[in-house]
Design a protein around this ligand. Structure first.
Ligand code: SAM
Ligand code: SF4
Length: 330
C-alpha cells in the first residue's frame, strides 16, 4: 500500500517515497570499481547514531517516505545493525525495509535480521566464478555469499535480488550463467551499468559496457519486458515463463533514466544528497539532535527539493561529489 499524500515532490513532478540511508562508509571488501585499495580513513568516523537515525526516519516517513533501504559501505559491519533494522522497521509508515550487502555475513545472520524486521535484500555478486569473484572483491567468499542467498530464500524474505555490475571482459560473457541461476530460484538478478565516479575513471574506460548487450540477449531468448508500474524506480524488468526468477537492467547512461527517479539519499554522516551524483550535500545532522527539531528538519528537506536537477550529467563525465559509491551509499 502506498500511503498518501507524498509531500516530497520536486519541480519535475517526481515523487520520492524511497530513502536510501547509508549507515557506514566502512567496507571490508575491495571491489575493483569501488574501493580497490580497501576502505581508508585517517580519523575515527562518526556515523549517525541510533537516536539520529530514529529522528531522521520519523521525519521522512511523515513526509510520505514508505520504503527505506540501508546501505553503505557495507551496512552489516555495524555492530548495532540488528538494532537499526528493528528501530527503522518499527517506525510508523515504513512499509518496505530493505538493505544492500556484499553478503559476507548473510548466511549466519539472514534469520536474525529477518526476525528483527528486514524483509528485502540485494546481494552483490559480480561473478559466479570463484576465482573471478575473488579477483573482483579481494575475498574468496563466493560460496559463503551464495549460501547466504539460499538461506535468505529459505528464511522467507519477500524479495531477494542479486546485483551484478556489468564489467566488460569480466562478466559480460557469463550472462547465461546468471540466467541459469534464476531458472529455478525466485531471485531477481539486476545488471547495473558501471558508473564513473571520481576515483575510477581508468577502470570505467576499460570496463564500462552498455546494458543494451544484456537487453539484446534477453529479447533473443524470449524474455519479455514488464510494463512499468507507476512510481517504480529506474530499473527495467524482464520475465520469462520458463524461469522462476527475473532479470532487471539498471542503465544510468540511458536516455530518460532520471525521469524514473524516486529516491533521496542520506550519507552515513547525515547529509542529504538529492542525487547519487549531485554536487551538493545538505547537512541535516544539526537538526537530528532532539525530537523538537523535527519540523525544522522537514522544512529544510522540502526546501531543498526545489534544487533537485532534472538529470545527472554522467554522460558528460560529471560525477559530482562522489569519489566512489561506498562513500555515498550505492
Ligand atoms: N557493500 C554493499 C554492496 O556491495 O552490495 C552495499 C554498498 S555498494 C556501494 C551498493 C551497490 O553499488 C553494489 O551493488 C555495488 O556493486 C554497486 N556499485 C558500487 N560502485 C559502483 C559503480 N561505480 N557503478 C555501478 N555500481 C556500483
Ligand atoms: Fe564494498 Fe560494496 Fe563497494 Fe564492494 S561495492 S567495495 S562491497 S561498498
Amino acid at each position: 500500500m502506498i500511503p498518501e499524500p507524498i509531500e516530497l515532490v520536486d519541480n519535475y513532478d517526481r515523487a520520492f517515497p524511497y530513502l536510501r540511508l547509508s549507515i557506514t562508509d566502512i567496507c571490508n571488501f575491495r571491489c575493483e570499481y569501488c574501493l580497490p585499495d580497501g576502505y581508508q580513513c585517517s580519523s575515527k568516523p562518526k556515523f549517525l547514531t541510533l537516536a539520529e537515525i530514529q529522528r531522521l526516519v520519523t521525519a521522512f516517513t511523515e513526509l510520505g517516505v514508505w520504503k527505506i533501504r540501508l546501505t553503505g559501505g557495507e551496512p552489516s559491519v555495524r555492530k548495532d545493525f540488528s538494532e537499526i533494522i528493528d528501530l527503522v522497521s518499527q517506525t510508523p509508515g515504513v512499509e518496505t525495509m530493505a538493505f544492500t550487502t556484499n553478503g559476507y555475513r548473510l548466511k549466519e545472520n539472514a534469520q536474525s535480521w529477518h526476525d528483527a524486521g528486514m524483509k528485502s535484500l540485494n546481494v552483490s555478486i559480480d561473478s559466479l566464478d570463484r576465482t573471478m569473484f575473488n579477483k573482483i572483491t579481494g575475498h574468496d567468499r563466493l560460496d559463503d555469499v551464495l549460501a547466504g542467498v539460499e538461506k535468505s530464500l529459505a528464511v522467507g524474505y519477500d524479495s531477494v535480488k542479486v546485483n551484478v555490475v556489468l564489467l566488460k571482459g569480466i562478466n559480460d560473457f557469463a550472462i547465461g550463467d546468471y540466467l541459469d541461476y534464476v531458472k529455478e530460484r525466485p531471485v531477481t538478478v539486476r545488471f547495473i551499468e558501471l558508473m564513473q565516479t571520481g576515483d575510477n575513471l581508468n577502470y570505467f574506460k576499460k570496463r564500462h559496457l552498455s546494458a543494451e548487450v544484456v537487453r539484446t540477449q534477453l529479447l533473443e531468448q524470449g524474455w519479455i519486458e514488464n510494463i512499468r508500474v507507476n512510481g517504480a524506480g529506474p530499473a527495467v524488468n524482464f520475465s520469462h515463463p520458463d524461469y522462476k526468477g527475473a532479470i532487471g537492467l539498471i542503465a544510468p547512461y540511458s536516455k530518460d533514466f532520471c525521469l524514473g527517479c524516486n529516491r533521496l539519499r542520506i550519507t552515513a554522516t547525515g547529509d542529504l544528497r538529492l542525487c547519487l551524483f549531485g554536487d551538493v550535500g545538505i547537512p541535516l545532522r544539526d537538526l537530528l539532535q532532539s525530537d523538537d527539531q523535527k519540523q525544522a528538519l522537514q522544512a529544510r528537506v522540502m526546501k531543498q527539493l526545489d534544487y533537485k536537477k532534472s538529470s545527472h550529467f554522467l554522460a558528460q563525465g560529471e560525477t559530482g561529489l562522489i569519489p566512489n559509491l561506498s562513500s555515498t551509499g550505492g
